[in-house]
Design a protein around this ligand. Structure first.
Ligand SMILES: [Zn+2]
Length: 216
């Protein structure tokens, strides 16, 4: 996992959004290899092992099946068009079977990639990998776009994906999945729809300091 992503991580617990405290045990350049993450609100602990951050509980999501054919340049070009991102500082999220597009997509989209539940897909250098349960452990407006496959397209997961998108960020999901509230559908075909965020999600509660002249 890339060090840059640490700031975007949030506890997946069902409480108010909270940062995670990180203790890095092993790193190579900007890549975190071994680290411990802890939530200061609920005390939950998570680990980065072999460069992969694990947020799934004791019942891990089954590794997704890879598509029977590798991602062709044409398939990658279509996915890049659906995601609607060329350059971005914010990562593009690929979930489940879409992680198979990682290599082909890298030549089309310069934005960093975040692979989520990539199973046997081996990420390229500089690409972050996380394993999650039923929701994304990311703060609001931390992704430029995200593609969620059928194995993950529950209402809970899609809602959490919507929250992580920047304003105008796109979500690609299976045609039979419901379009979450706050998303405007842009296009659909027999297999997928693409929608963009139209509202800003609220995130961490901002701490307000009392103005100095109001003290005393
Ligand atoms: Zn927590």
């Amino acid at each position: 996992m890339q060090r840059d992503l640490l700031d975007a991580l949030r506890c997946p617990g069902t409480h108010e959004e909270s940062w995670l405290v990180a203790m890095v045990l092993e790193a190579s350049g900007s890549t975190l290899l071994v680290a411990e993450l802890a939530c200061p609100v609920c005390g939950a602990e998570f680990r980065i092992v072999n460069g992969i951050a694990h947020f799934a509980d004791s019942t891990p999501v089954a590794p997704p099946a890879l598509p029977s054919e590798p991602y062709t340049p044409a398939m990658a070009l279509r996915l890049a068009a659906l995601l609607g991102v060329a350059e971005s500082q914010l990562p593009v999220g690929l979930v489940g079977r879409y992680t198979a597009a990682s290599g082909a997509l890298a030549s089309l989209v310069s934005a960093p990639q975040l692979l989520i539940n990539s199973g046997p897909v081996i990420p390229g250098a500089g690409i972050s990998c996380i394993v999650v349960a039923d929701r994304l452990p990311l703060g609001v407006e931390s992704l430029a776009a995200i593609a969620v496959d059928a194995a993950h397209a529950t209402a809970t997961f899609l809602d959490s994906a919507t929250r992580t998108l920047r304003l105008g960020g796109r979500l690609v999901a299976p045609a039979d999945a419901p379009v979450p509230a706050g998303m405007r559908e842009l296009a659909r075909d027999a297999t997928e729809w693409v929608a963009e965020t139209t509202t800003r999600a609220s995130g961490l509660v901002e701490l307000r300091r009392r103005a100095p002249d109001s003290i005393g």
